[in-house]
Design a protein around this ligand. Structure first.
Ligand code: SAM
Ligand code: SF4
Length: 335
């Protein structure tokens, strides 16, 4: 019996934790309107885990039966020398780790796609909220569409399976839902729609942009036949197949559908805070433990953390001017 099978991570509700989202930086080259404010402040370098420390955290989880790791941020590909970490974690594939994936805004993907594939990554999630250059610039504020499209093409050419994530934004991109589905289907990309979540303060009131995915689904059904599938990928998305194209569509509906009961994941920020839930404050600080006590201290902390995992989040977005569920943005916790 392997060490991980002997000592799996199981929380107080009997849920086994097998999936970690590891944020490698809280910095980003974009400032998406729903994600972070223009004047977002970032963690000082001394507080950010080194690449070696991030590797140690990943290895501590793998030793306890975590089989999937997703690298995220902020924008993971703006972290200097990030490929050193990707390769180091990638060496555990087939030896405890079943899958290593990445969520990216795609801006740097063209130059990293081949290396990611060589390190063992087979799937990437790319966030793309609009196919219109001006609108893309307006949503991301610092982003340009062309390099992202090049990055997506490079990823596909390198052999990476691409899934597009689109945040559904009322009055901003609802008219692109059908075109985006068609664009993805033509290229063989899966597509997942995400509802805006009340995480951290941004300039606008997210209520104004909240588009329930029930509406997105209704819109898709005007053109396509959606066949529900029981398929899960270890994430919170529910999937359907489009009968006409065979394409897989996902819906992440934290607000209209509570996905917490089957939660198998935790998140680690770039500064080493282990958050037990995206929408709650329960946490364990790993950085100082790791710096003072090494891997043994880290391992013990994982056991303590399991007792803290809450049953679920309680997001509410219906109330206008309601405060965010938690004060940290998604870019800090790691989306
Ligand atoms: N920068 C990378 C990216 O954009 O893919 C990775 C990190 S980003 C925080 C991960 C995902 O979270 C993206 O798909 C983004 O659209 C989504 N996201 C960010 N803030 C969100 C919010 N408040 N509600 C819903 N989704 C959000
Ligand atoms: Fe950056 Fe991703 Fe947040 Fe956009 S969603 S600001 S790309 S971290």
């Amino acid at each position: 019996m392997t060490a991980s099978a002997e000592r799996p991570l199981v929380d107080g509700f009997g849920r086994r934790i097998t999936y970690v989202r590891l944020s490698v930086t809280d910095r980003c080259d974009f400032r998406c309107t729903y994600c972070m404010p223009l004047d977002q402040s970032f963690s000082p370098r001394s507080e950010v885990l080194t690449l070696e420390e991030l590797q140690a955290v990943a290895e501590a989880f793998i030793a306890r039966g975590v089989t999937r790791i997703r690298l995220t941020g902020g924008e993971p590909l703006v972290r200097r020398d990030v490929m050193t970490l990707v390769r180091a974690i990638g060496r555990h594939l087939g030896r405890g780790l079943g899958e290593l994936t990445l969520t990216t805004n795609g801006s740097q993907l063209a130059r990293f796609a081949q290396g990611l594939f060589e390190a063992g990554i087979r799937r990437v999630n790319v966030s793309l909220d609009s196919l219109d250059p001006e609108r893309f610039a307006a949503i991301t504020r610092r982003g340009r569409l062309a390099p992202v499209l090049e990055g997506i093409a490079a990823a596909a050419a390198a052999g990476l399976r691409v899934k597009i994530n689109m945040v559904a934004l009322k009055g901003l991109n609802e008219d692109e839902i059908l075109p985006m589905a068609a664009w993805c289907a033509e290229r063989g990309f899966d597509l997942t729609f995400i509802e805006t979540m009340p995480l951290g303060l941004v300039e606008e009131d997210r209520t104004d942009r909240y588009l329930p995915l029930t509406e997105v689904r209704r819109l898709l059904e005007t053109r396509y036949t959606l066949v529900p599938t029981p398929e899960r990928t270890g994430g919170p998305a529910r999937y359907v197949r489009v009968a006409e194209t065979g394409q897989k569509l996902g819906f992440i509906t934290p607000l209209t559908h509570n996905f917490c009961e089957s939660c198998n994941r935790v998140r680690v920020t770039a500064t080493g805070t282990l958050f037990m839930c995206l929408g709650q404050e329960d946490r364990v600080e790993l950085r100082d433990l790791l710096r003072s006590g090494g891997p043994a201290a880290l391992d013990a902390a994982l056991d303590r953390a399991m007792a803290l995992k809450p049953r679920g989040h309680d997001f509410v977005i219906e109330r206008r001017n309601a405060p965010p569920a938690v004060s940290r943005t998604m870019s800090v916790t790691g989306g």
